[in-house]
Design a protein around this ligand. Sequence first.
Ligand code: GLU
Length: 305
Amino acid sequence: MSVPVGRFAPTPSGRMHLGNVFAALIAWLSVRSRGGALVLRMEDLDTQRTSDEYAEVLRKDLCWLGLTWDVETEAQSKRGAVYDRYFELLADMGLLYPCYCTRSQLHSVNAPHLSDGTYVYTGTCRNLDDQQRAAFGRAPAWRVQVPDRDWVVEDLVQGTYRENLATDCGDFVVRRADGVYVYQLAVTVDDGEAGVTEVVRGMDLLSSAPRQMYLQELLGFSQPVYGHVPMLMAPDGRRLSKRDRDMDLGYLQNHTTPEKLIGLLACAAGLTPTPAPISARELAGEFRWEKLSKENICPDISQIL
Ligand code: GLU
């Protein structure tokens, strides 16, 4: 059997919070417990929000946690020319069309809205003729047509997740009107080119997997195994975000140790019976996907401060 290749693909837009730490820990444990390799990639497509400084802090934070990687692949902001090639492939297949819808049109016309606030695109711009397109007089976004077909994710944590892209999502954008490629295309290309065999990340990205599986199939990449790990919640039941300063690594590094933090997360996630301090390396010996909780987890940070 070939060696598993996992990845951690953070967005360097701030200090890591506990949810990011948890996703990175599980991605690391999964491959390291089986002698596999880990790829690190900075997802900095949104150059307004991301920076090299944050990327550097992220690397240091991962080292502090003991979550080592084998190779760091090129940051997404540097890969426009690579994405251009794959975009052209899709265009050659006749699957792309320009979309001129504005944000407000997208939200008013395209019902029904899904629970996460996204909409199902109903294909407003799919059949415009050249004259209609020219009349807009501005650069379009580009959408890929999706087939009326079910995509089934056999997720290591969440079990079977099924989605029909035609009815649950609609044709989706692969390049924005300002020329920036979107996450779905970039992540598919980057994971595919890096030979990633397993994608471990937060549960909030489960509904992205079918779009990525579709692009993998079109672009000739093998499908990785997916593991979407539970989200970490703040004590008041909200999902943690980068705004929760007291849960970010800057604060935690000054108030606790990596072993205490990993011990707490491992116990809250069902991996260990007690929150006793443990290093990532020690925990790798005990890691099993079956032990991992499916439910959102709410670790009591006050125990380790
Ligand atoms: N860059 C995304 C994030 O930081 C993760 C994307 C992925 O793992 O596919 O949330």
